[in-house]
Ligand binder design. Sequence first.
Ligand SMILES: [Mg+2]
Ligand SMILES: [Zn+2]
Length: 162
Amino acid sequence: MRQKALFLDRDGVINHDPGDYTKSLDEFHLLPGALETMKAWYDRGYKLVVITNQAGLDKGLYTQDDVEQIHQFLQGRCVAMGFRIEECLYCPHHEGRSGRCLCRKPGSLLIERALHRYGLDPAQSLMMGDKPRDVEAAEKAGIQGLLIPVNEGPLRPEMLGL
Ligand SMILES: [Mg+2]
Ligand SMILES: [Zn+2]
């Protein structure tokens, strides 16, 4: 049996989205309960993968080092709680600057890359995001997408009967 996974958007799902960009670790504020909910999914056998658009990179608002620092911090918090994120994949492109890429959601390239890399079964996986483009990207990759309210944290598995 192939592996099931929970794909998560980052800003507005795991951390508070102020409405523009989360540019540095100083601006990265975990939503209450988000880590506990991620652990609940992990404990049910779901691999965790974060898929995030970071067009602020292309706009020069922050650097890849800033993004990596945030993701290392996030992973550290997860590991301290006894679970881990498989990978945080991000698109650094902005449509106006780099032209249209395949990795920026609603593109599904990053999701497909993770499916392949970790042997994940799209039919047993789901994706949560706070924007329609998150759901669109998931569906392109054959995964059920769930639109959730911004800044309220991911849905717990028992809320979905899982
Ligand atoms: Mg978001
Ligand atoms: Zn891209």
